[in-house]
Design a protein around this ligand. Structure first.
Ligand SMILES: O=C(O)C1=C[C@@H](OP(=O)(O)O)[C@@H](O)[C@H](O)C1
Ligand SMILES: C=C(OP(=O)(O)O)C(=O)O
Length: 432
């Protein structure tokens, strides 16, 4: 599906979807336990992949008709060996978290995914599984899926790089809690995307799992049971998704009007940094923490410098903001953003370039030279990547002429009703 955005002004209220990161963890944590209900889960292509994996391991996930409750009968500590290959589709989080879980099984699990996921790095996690006495292999021996994992990972001490994906750490912490020995993780390099491990530690504590942060990294004792207080866990709103709504308001709110984003209660999400980024660029953003509401109006933005080491998923949104702002926006520490659904550093450089933006791409830095030319509508490639699609759609609100984003259906990965939400704010959106 392609979506064509015409220049539009936006106003009104919109609710961000529940957090993808919390939902994945909440579902798998419930799977590791005996029984739990996940309230307000994100129901999207990626989180459905995690639900299917829990089912494949012998759990049972049951979504209420209004999708507000997911009841999970867990596999209680030890996953069954799945009857079939587990397809994680487009979801890196599913593949990493499920790899460490599958490694606990007595037999072998085969994991695969779509073209994008089969090109993403899994090698360090496979090596960690092997170091912990399980089997972790890439069928093509290139560190990428398809993967073969299992043979009863036992636990112990493992060293792993921190600068490829924090999801390896999350995966090992979640699985480590149900091993006999527990797992001590020593980071070989500086941890990138660190707030995602904070999300994990917070959620594990809420499921009654003890963890510690050590001088070398992280540690989780074994022999623990997953059991959230009251048998329920509630998922907060998603700040990566909020970033598109906030950016839409900052670049295109109607004169004297505001965009109010609901579902913005504070949590461990590093991507709440988008609030400060938008403020730093010159927009007035009010954040009512108790109500979980962000209010933004349109402003003339100016460039800024942002280190996205902790917040890789914000890069596409910040690049769009930079293309609308005056002056240079410098996005630093972004090499790991190249290992996502697509190489997002290159994708944003090239696609914003098609809209007339001047962009300089370096290995670890993206500079958008805003204000030199006005953005012009163009046909841009969403690169089969939800975040690229949504960021380019926001740019389309203020480009001169129509912007057509290809592959727009990929918003299904994290924000299934993104285009309906944008249209409800007044954006002109046409599907073809
Ligand atoms: O753990 C998570 O929920 C995520 C961690 C981040 O990935 P990396 O740790 O691979 O950077 C982030 O980009 C991804 O969207 C979600
Ligand atoms: C990179 C992302 O997710 P994942 O790693 O789960 O595919 C994302 O949502 O931007």
């Amino acid at each position: 599906m392609d979506v064509t955005i015409s220049p539009s002004r936006v106003e009104g209220r919109a609710r961000a979807p529940p957090s993808k990161s919390y939902t994945h963890r909440a579902i798998l944590a419930a799977g590791y336990g005996a029984e739990a209900t996940v309230l307000n889960p994100l129901v999207s292509a990626d989180t459905k992949a995690t639900m299917r994996a829990v089912d494949a391991f012998g759990g049972e996930t049951d979504l209420s008709a209004d999708e507000s409750r997911l009841t999970v009968a867990g596999f209680d500590g030890r996953p069954d060996v799945p009857d079939d290959v587990v397809n994680c589709e487009n979801s890196g989080t599913t593949m990493r978290l499920v790899t460490a879980c599958a490694a606990l099984g007595d037999g072998l699990t085969v994991l695969t995914g779509d073209d994008s996921l089969r090109s993403r790095p899994q090698g360090p996690l496979l090596e960690a599984v092997s170091e912990l006495h399980g089997r972790g292999e890439s069928t093509r021996r290139n560190g990428q899926a398809p993967l073969v994992v299992g043979d009863g990972m036992t636990g112990g001490t493992v060293s792993i790089p921190g600068d490829v994906s924090s999801q390896y750490i999350t995966a090992l912490l979640m699985a480590g809690a149900v091993t006999d020995e527990g797992i001590d993780i020593e980071l070989e390099t500086e941890l990138k995307s660190a707030p995602y491990v904070d999300i994990t530690l917070e959620l594990l504590a809420d499921y009654g799992i003890e963890t510690t942060t050590t001088d070398e990294g992280f540690s989780v004792p074994g022999g623990q049971s997953y059991d959230p207080a009251g048998g329920e866990y509630e998922v907060p709103g998603d700040f990566s998704s909020i970033s598109y709504l906030l950016a839409a308001g900052a670049v295109a709110a109607a004169d004297g009007e505001r965009v109010v984003v609901e579902g913005a209660r504070p949590s461990a999400q590093g991507d709440s940094a988008i609030v400060d980024v938008v403020r730093e660029m010159g927009a007035d953003v009010a954040w009512d923490h108790d109500a979980g509401e962000l209010t933004v109006s349109q402003a003339s933005l100016s460039g800024t410098t942002v280190d996205v080491g902790d917040t890789p998923d914000l890069l596409p949104t910040i690049a769009t903001l930079g293309a609308v702002a005056d002056g240079d926006t410098v996005i630093e520490n972004c090499e790991h953003v190249r290992y996502k659904e697509t190489d997002r550093v290159r994708a944003m450089a090239e696609e914003l370039g098609k809209m007339g933006a001047e962009v300089t791409e370096e290995e670890d830095r993206l500079t958008i030279h805003g204000g030199r030319t006005d953005l012009a509508g163009a046909t841009v490639d969403g690169r089969h990547d939800h975040r690229i699609v949504m960021s380019l759609a926001v740019a389309g609100l203020v480009a001169d002429g129509e912007t057509t984003v290809t592959g727009a259906e990929h918003v299904d990965v994290s924000f299934p009703n993104f285009f309906e939400t944008m249209a409800s704010l007044g954006a002109s959106v046409q599907r073809s």
